[in-house]
Design a protein around this ligand. Structure first.
Ligand code: SAJ
Length: 429
């Protein structure tokens, strides 16, 4: 039996040990599904705190509870380690490490390189290596493949290498790791076949594609699609503001079209660790090929303009009440980058707070998910949401429309409100 077919047969028997590199919001849920499917899983992370916590049955992410971690541990088939030397124990290794942007908006693949070096040190015949971190097309073939083949082992014969984009949407109540279709593209056809077989017992739907570049581009298309369409509706918000038209009414009415339209909503800007970042991986790659990805760049410009657009709206509204933004008490509602989560990464609220300070406003915020944080030299702490705190503000600035906020109270007591999420209109004045 060929090595590929032997590995496939072993996966069917659950006679495979998985190694997961990076135990964050992508890696830990993947560990959970693989253990539940019957595999042995060795989680690897550079953080001693994370590994000790997991081995003690304590979770550090919202989508997996500590009780679930304890259950994984109780199977005797899950442990976490900071010892990269143990990756040789794994038959299949999935890399789920961060891929941030540098401050010059260039890809930072240093975590992928570090993971590859760890895996290279213990690479052995029969291992299956899958990169899941979002990156520019070509990363798997141009960075990982040469490093791994420098050991003398041959891809597609001695080991298998594939890319499978992570599609984790933190906090999504419907789609989690198991029921989100998983795209897989290998360096060789056997790489695709073997990598799919490794995930098949744990993931409901596998979507094989022909190359690692195709798989890398699938993810970038998905998230560039969002960035461009969010940029479009944000421009529509600016257009409607200049025409004195309610952009929300226009979008709701357009969304009644049962075909050929997909609703996106304007907002304070573009936050998160995916949408503002992923498209720039593709833009960077194409710059190297002397091609300017105009949609990506334009969407980035438009989405980045939104904080200033909304702060100017606030200035207009204050002016209408014969007040200046300078010295105005502004209560920001919500700072997380989207509703019902606690994540501040790339949140447009951070830009808005900076602009408010720049214009001399006296800024406070309320966010039930974010108790305190520091940004640009300012220390913030969430204030209680009461009639008094709302009435004490010259203006309320809605940035994140968390479901559990008492919007009726804000609607009732706010002297003036700038609502970037159009949430207040749903409540009685
Ligand atoms: N946003 C808008 N208007 C919209 C949609 C989003 O202004 O119509 C803003 C959000 O407020 C946020 C940013 O864009 O600041 C990104 O929002 P998002 O809904 O895209 O949420 P993310 O960043 O958590 O994106 C993730 C992505 N998942 C993965 O990359 C695996 C994305 O592909 C998902 O489509 C998205 O979740 C989702 O659908 O929730």
């Amino acid at each position: 039996m060929s090595l590929a077919n032997d590995l496939i047969a072993r996966a069917e028997r659950r006679d495979i040990t998985f190694g997961i590199v990076g135990l964050g919001y992508v890696g830990l849920p993947l560990c959970a599904e693989l253990v539940r499917a019957g595999f042995r899983v060795l989680g690897y992370d550079i953080s001693e705190r994370v590994c000790e916590g997991l081995n003690a049955g304590i979770s550090h992410i919202k989508d997996i509870s500590s009780a679930e971690v304890a259950e994984l541990r109780a199977t005797g088939r899950f442990e976490a380690t900071t010892d990269g030397g143990r990756l040789g124990e794994a038959d299949t290794i999935s890399i789920c490490v961060p891929t941030p942007l540098s401050k010059y908006k260039d890809p930072d693949v240093s975590f992928i390189v570090a993971a590859t070096e760890s895996i290279k040190a213990t690479l052995r015949r029969g291992q299956v290596i899958v990169l899941e971190s979002t990156t520019y097309p070509g990363t798997t073939r141009e960075i990982m493949l040469p490093a791994l083949e420098s050991t003398g082992l041959k891809v597609g014969e001695d080991f298998f290498l594939a890319f499978s984009p992570e599609r984790v949407d933190p906090g999504n109540p419907v789609y989690q790791t198991k029921n989100t279709p998983k795209v897989v593209g290998g360096i060789t056809p056997d790489c695709s076949r073997v990598a799919c077989a490794m995930y098949a017992p744990a993931i409901d739907t596998l979507v094989p594609v022909s190359t690692t570049e195709a798989a890398e581009l699938v993810k970038l298309l998905e998230n560039t699609f969002r960035s461009v369409n969010i940029g479009l509706v944000n421009e529509m918000a600016i257009v409607c503001d200049k025409l004195g038209v309610d952009v929300w009414e226009v979008i709701e009415a357009a969304a009644t079209k049962p075909f050929g339209f997909m609703k996106f909503t304007p907002g304070p800007g573009l936050g998160g660790h995916c949408i503002p970042i992923d498209p720039h991986y593709l833009a960077w790659k194409m710059r190297g090929l002397n091609y300017k990805t105009r949609f990506i760049d334009l969407a980035g410009e438009l989405n980045s303009e939104m904080p200033l657009f909304w702060v100017r709206k606030l200035m207009e509204e204050l002016n209408g009440h014969r007040k200046s933004i300078n010295g105005a008490k502004v209560l920001v509602i919500g700072v997380a980058y989207k509703k019902d989560i606690d994540d501040l990464r790339e949140s447009p609220a951070l830009d808005i707070l900076g602009l408010l300070h720049q214009h001399g406003a006296d800024v406070s915020y309320h966010d039930p998910y974010v108790a305190k944080f520091s940004e640009a030299g300012y220390d913030y702490a969430s204030v209680p949401l009461t009639a008094e705190t709302v009435q004490a503000a010259d203006a309320v600035f809605v940035v994140t429309d968390h479901t559990n906020i008492d919007w009726a109270l804000i609607r009732k007591h706010a002297a003036l409100a700038v609502d970037t999420r159009h949430v207040l209109a749903k409540f009685p004045a």
